[in-house]
Write a new protein. Structure first.
Length: 248
């Protein structure tokens, strides 16, 4: 069980004025080992590249293990694309035993047509945390203060039912994943950014939580400095570009 910090009494920074409508809502930095997917790419073009990557990176795995990884990853990827993800990347970590571990990271931004500008981010985060507690009674849910501001956090185990057709069988294939979600209320207007990391590698979950924590600490309304502030190889990523119709 991962314990989250409950910060119900933490002080929220003063609301910031709405930014220019052409600027991104948020920026964040991905560590080395993450490959971003093009959410507009056709699945028929994406899957062969995933197969080639798995063949190259998991050379010691059996053919069945490689196929299972590609099939489950492709299913998770397609699911988050359909949910409206604006960023999706696949991360690979080499664990202490020398084995590679994979996780999927995505960002989904929700922008309601109407709402207060600026919004009360504390209220939004607390409301999301309560919704998560109601939806996932066994999850670890809390509030946490990021450098960007208050956010809701949910860590839970989930069973995914993957269509058996992906594996050439009739019955669905059930796999267990661990997922951590951060709901970050936007400073630029009504709406939230949902950051989520999902992996089937339950044994190495603490390592993935550490990686996700580093990503979330980098979330900012300002573009990361290009003067070497980041470590070599760390790409600077735009979380979401605002739509002028959603943000006055």
């Amino acid at each position: 069980m991962v314990t989250t910090a409950s910060l119900a009494n933490a002080q929220e920074p003063e609301p910031q004025p709405a930014a220019d409508a052409q600027r991104p809502d948020l920026w964040f930095v991905l560590p080395p080992g993450f490959l971003e997917f093009d959410v507009q790419e056709d699945a028929e073009d994406r899957v062969p590249r995933m197969v080639a990557a798995v063949e190259a990176l998991f050379d010691s795995a059996t053919a069945l293990q490689k196929f299972s990884l590609v099939a489950s990853s492709a299913y998770i990827l397609q699911t988050v694309i359909q949910a409206g993800a604006e960023h999706i990347s696949s991360g690979l970590l080499r664990m202490p035993d020398g084995q590679l571990s994979q996780a999927t990271f995505c960002v989904i931004v929700e922008r309601p047509d109407t709402g207060p500008v600026p919004q009360d981010r504390r209220v939004t985060a607390k409301r999301t945390a309560q919704q998560w507690r109601d939806l996932h009674p066994g999850a670890d849910v809390g509030l946490i203060m990021l450098p960007y501001g208050i956010a809701a956090l949910c860590v839970r185990e989930e069973e995914l039912s993957i269509p058996g057709a992906l594996f050439g069988v009739t019955e669905p294939v059930v796999t267990t994943v661990l997922q951590a979600q951060f709901c970050v209320p936007l400073k630029t207007g009504p709406g939230t950014a949902l950051y989520a990391l999902t992996t089937e590698d339950v044994a190495n979950w603490p390592s993935w939580l550490e990686v996700l924590g580093g990503i979330m600490k980098s979330v900012s309304a300002e573009e990361p400095a290009a003067d070497g502030a980041e470590e070599p190889g760390e790409p600077r990523v735009v979380a979401a570009r605002k739509g002028t119709e959603d943000h006055p």
